[in-house]
Design a protein around this ligand. Structure first.
Ligand code: ADP
Ligand code: MG
Length: 229
């Protein structure tokens, strides 16, 4: 495999949270390699460091030690300006609890990441339409998050994550708070994005999402182990 095809390369990643005398080792020598266009699932018990891992890959958080290289960039060596631009254009984040802005409409939430781009108002409007159609919520543009169900809010979160067409998607327990039927819509979206060639990392316990995976990993004592035979 050519090295140019590697999207995420993490080696000996450690993350320790220090709170007073209490030290929590969330990640301990975690290694990870994700190739372009591949679908990776990460599983593991609550508190095992799954969200921490996604945050480090997405440039939201920095490791205590170890190396994290994404699209060839060593993220620990980068300044905040670089990381802000990286988060805006290269990665789409779908958070576990949607994290929509409650005072903005659905359309405004989806348009939000485009504020830092050079798109015209017209282009933004067209893109919002396109994204809401993709997640099947074109009829809800003017609604506010509180007027939507959990599953609908999660679909808006996907639309927002895709706004700037990022090649890498980081998705944190997307069906964890949804019932089986509602989850199906989310799984369909993941399937479609996989078909579009996105590189996707999903933290999940959902067996149906496991079925989409090219690589299955488990976080055990802060380390990533393969679940593939
Ligand atoms: P998961 O997503 O697998 O449930 P997290 O990555 O959220 O796990 O957390 C891993 C561990 O790190 C947990 O013990 C959690 O309490 C701790 N942790 C996470 N974020 C912080 C933080 N900002 N400050 C202190 N401890 C944290
Ligand atoms: Mg988590």
């Amino acid at each position: 495999m050519k090295t140019g095809q590697t999207v995420v390369l993490a080696s000996l990643l450690c993350k320790t949270y220090q709170m007073g005398d209490l030290k929590v080792e969330a990640l301990r020598d975690a290694n990870l390699k994700v190739e372009k266009g591949k679908f990776t699932v990460v599983n593991g018990p609550s508190g095992s460091g799954k969200t921490t891992l996604l945050n480090i890959i997405g440039g939201i958080d920095k490791p205590t030690s170890g190396k994290i290289v994404v699209f060839g960039h060593d993220l620990s060596a980068k300044n905040e300006d670089f990381l802000a631009n990286f988060r805006c254009h290269r990665v789409g984040f779908v958070f576990q609890f949607y994290n929509l802005v409650s005072t903005l409409t659905v359309a405004e939430n989806v348009a939000f990441p485009m504020e830092w781009t050079r798109k015209s108002e017209n282009q933004v409007e067209k893109r919002v339409e396109e994204l809401l159609e993709l997640v099947g919520l074109q009829h809800r543009v003017e609604h506010f998050p509180f007027q939507l169900s959990g599953g609908e809010q999660q679909r808006v979160a996907f639309a927002r994550a895709l706004a700037n067409n990022p090649p890498l998607l980081l998705v944190d327990e997307p069906t964890g708070n949804l019932d089986t039927k509602t989850s199906l819509r989310i799984i369909e979206i993941l399937q479609k994005l996989k078909g579009d060639g996105k590189t996707i990392i999903v933290v999940t316990h959902d067996e149906r999402i496991f079925e989409l995976a090219d690589q299955k990993l488990y976080l055990k004592d802060g380390e990533l182990v393969s679940l593939d035979e």
